[in-house]
Ligand binder design. Structure first.
Ligand SMILES: Cc1cc2nc3c(=O)[nH]c(=O)nc-3n(C[C@H](O)[C@H](O)[C@H](O)COP(=O)(O)OP(=O)(O)OC[C@H]3O[C@@H](n4cnc5c(N)ncnc54)[C@H](O)[C@@H]3O)c2cc1C
Length: 434
C-alpha cells in the first residue's frame, strides 16, 4: 500500500511516525520549502502527551517545555476566580506541557527523518488537487518556490493533513473558514516566572478582552527568565479578519490591556516587552457530514479546525493520526480503513468544535463576568460556588476526551467514564452538551 500524506505539520508527521511504528510505509509532502522553528506556544494536554509518549517522544517534549502545575482563571481586575491542579498533579497518568510550537514541530520532523529515512518528508511540494479512479489516487503538486507543475504522485491512500486552509478539503467540499469577529494577537516575552512558574492563566473574557498566559521554556538566558507565551483575544462587531501572514501591531489591541496592572502581574508591560507579535483570526469551520471520499480522507485541522481555546487542536490531530494508523493496520482494503477511521473520529471531534464555540474552558470567565456585572467582587461565593465552577471545567474535559478516567494508555481499556450530567441545565440554565 502506498500512502501519501499531504502536509508535514503536527498531524502529518505524527501520522507518519504512527504508520512507521506499525510497519506501514508512507511519504509526507509538505508545501514549505524548508521546515523552520515557527510560531509561539502550544499546550499539550494529557491526551496529546499520551500519544507522543506512545511514539517514544514524551520525555523529550517534557524536557523541552514546562510541565503545567495549575490552571488559574482571573477576572479582568486581576481577582482569582478559580484554580485547579493540572496534569500529573491532577491525577493524570501523563503530564500537561507548555512548549514552543517550533520545538514540537522540529522534534516530530527529526524523529520522522531518523525513523523513516531522509526521503520520507518531501518539502517544497504544494498540493493543488487530488484525482482518483477505482484503482488508484493521484496527487497533483506544484513546486512551492517556483510555482512549476510537477508529475502527479500515485497512491493507494491520500491523507490530507494540510491544516486549516486545506486545499484538499476545499476541492472535496468547497467550504471556507467561519469568522465571527474575534481576532487574536500572540507573542512571547522573556521575564521572571509568574505565580508558580508552572501556572496556566486565563484572564478576562473575550467579550471585554481576554489574555491567556503560560510559560514554555525555563531559564532561557541563565538569569532565571522564562519564555512566556501570551495570546489576547476579543470580539468586535465591525473588525476585519486578522491576517495569518502579517506581523501583529501592538497599537491595534494594547488599549484594551492598558489598565491591566495587577499587584502580581503587569499585563500591559508583558505585552509591550514581547520579542515579536503575531496576529491570527479566530476561525473554525462547521463540522462536516463526511471526511472520506474513496481513497482520500481528511485529518487534523483539515478535518476539524477548531477555535484554539481549549488547547485541544493538536491533541485531536494526533489522536486522528493514531486512529488512522490503527485502522490502516487492521484493514487490508484501504477504503474500509478510512471509513472506520471516520466513524471513530468524526462525531467526537465535531463535539469539540461546537463546544469550543459555545462552552470553552474560559466560559468560566464569561459566566463570572456576567454574574458580577463585569465589576470587581467582594465574595465570589455570593454569585457562584467553587463546586459550580469545577463542574464547568470538568464538563469541557469530558467533551474533549480528557477527563482523568479517559486518558489511559492507548493499549489499555478505555476505563470507566466519570458520571456526567450532560444535557441537564445547571442552576443558571446553561445546558452543557453531551
Ligand atoms: C493561534 C493558535 C494557537 C493554538 N494553540 C494550541 C494549543 O495551545 N494546543 C493545541 O493542542 N493546539 C493549539 N492550536 C491548534 C493546533 O496548532 C492545530 O490543531 C494543529 O497544528 C493541527 O495540526 P495539523 O497538522 O492538522 O495542521 P498544521 O499544524 O497547521 O499543519 C499543516 C501543514 O500542512 C502544510 N500545508 C498546507 N497546505 C498545504 C498544501 N496545499 N500542500 C502541502 N502542504 C500543505 C502546512 O505548511 C503545514 O505544515 C492552536 C492553533 C492556533 C491557530
Amino acid at each position: 500500500m502506498t500512502i501519501a500524506i499531504i502536509g508535514g505539520g503536527i498531524c502529518g508527521l505524527t501520522l507518519a511516525l504512527n504508520l512507521h511504528q506499525r510497519g506501514i510505509a508512507c511519504r509526507v509532502y509538505e508545501a514549505a520549502p524548508e521546515l523552520k522553528e515557527l510560531g509561539v506556544g502550544i499546550t499539550l494536554l494529557p491526551h496529546g502527551m499520551r500519544e507522543f509518549t506512545a511514539l517514544g517522544l514524551g520525555d523529550q517534549l517534557l524536557r523541552a517545555g514546562i510541565e503545567n502545575a495549575e490552571s488559574c482563571f482571573f477576572n479582568r481586575f486581576g481577582q482569582l476566580i478559580y484554580k485547579e491542579p493540572r496534569g500529573k498533579r491532577a491525577g493524570y497518568q501523563f503530564p500537561e506541557v507548555g512548549i514552543h510550537r517550533g520545538t514540537l514541530h522540529l522534534a516530530l520532523y527529526r524523529a520522522a527523518l531518523e525513523r523513516l529515512g531522509p526521503g520520507s518528508v518531501v518539502t517544497n511540494r504544494l498540493c493543488v488537487g487530488v484525482e482518483q479512479d477505482e484503482g488508484r489516487a493521484r496527487v497533483l503538486f506544484k513546486e512551492t518556490s517556483s510555482g512549476g507543475s510537477l508529475p502527479p504522485v500515485p497512491a493507494d491512500v491520500v491523507i490530507a493533513c494540510d491544516g486549516v486552509n486545506s486545499a484538499v478539503r476545499k476541492q472535496l467540499v468547497g467550504d471556507g473558514v467561519v469568522f465571527t469577529g474575534i481576532n487574536t494577537w500572540r507573542g512571547v516575552t522573556r521575564r521572571k516566572p509568574i505565580l508558580t512558574g508552572r501556572s496556566y492563566l486565563r484572564i478576562g473574557s473575550m467579550l471585554t478582552g481576554k489574555i491567556v498566559i503560560y510559560p514554555i521554556a525555563d531559564d532561557v538566558d541563565g538569569e532565571g527568565n522564562q519564555l512566556i507565551n501570551w495570546t489576547t483575544e476579543f470580539k468586535r462587531d465591525t473588525v476585519e479578519m486578522n491576517d495569518w501572514n502579517k506581523p501583529g501591531d501592538i497599537a491595534d489591541f494594547i488599549s484594551v490591556y492598558e489598565s491591566w496592572r495587577f499587584p502580581w502581574l503587569d499585563v500591559a508591560e508583558l505585552i509591550a516587552k514581547s520579542d515579536s507579535i503575531l496576529e491570527y483570526p479566530m476561525v473554525d469551520k462547521d463540522p462536516l457530514d463526511r471526511w472520506t471520499f474513496g481513497r482520500v480522507t481528511l485529518a487534523g485541522d483539515a478535518a476539524h479546525p477548531m477555535y484554539p481555546r481549549g488547547s485541544n487542536g493538536s491533541a485531536q490531530a494526533v489522536i486522528d493520526a493514531r486512529t488512522l494508523a490503527d485502522c490502516l493496520a487492521a484493514n487490508a482494503e484501504p477504503r474500509d480503513a478510512l471509513k472506520a477511521y471516520e466513524a471513530a473520529r468524526r462525531e467526537a471531534t465535531a463535539k469539540v468544535v461546537r463546544t469550543n464555540r459555545e462552552h470553552p474552558p474560559d466560559f468560566i470567565n464569561i459566566k463570572v463576568e456576567e454574574l458580577t456585572g463585569d465589576k470587581p467582587f467582594t465574595n465570589l461565593d455570593d454569585y457562584i460556588t467553587q463546586d459550580e465552577l469545577r463542574a464547568l471545567s470538568e464538563s469541557y474535559k469530558r467533551i474533549a476526551g480528557f477527563a482523568v478516567s479517559d486518558v489511559v494508555s492507548p493499549s489499555s481499556s478505555p476505563g470507566r467514564r466519570e458520571a456526567t450530567r450532560p444535557g441537564d441545565p445547571d442552576r443558571f440554565g446553561t445546558v452543557l452538551p453531551s
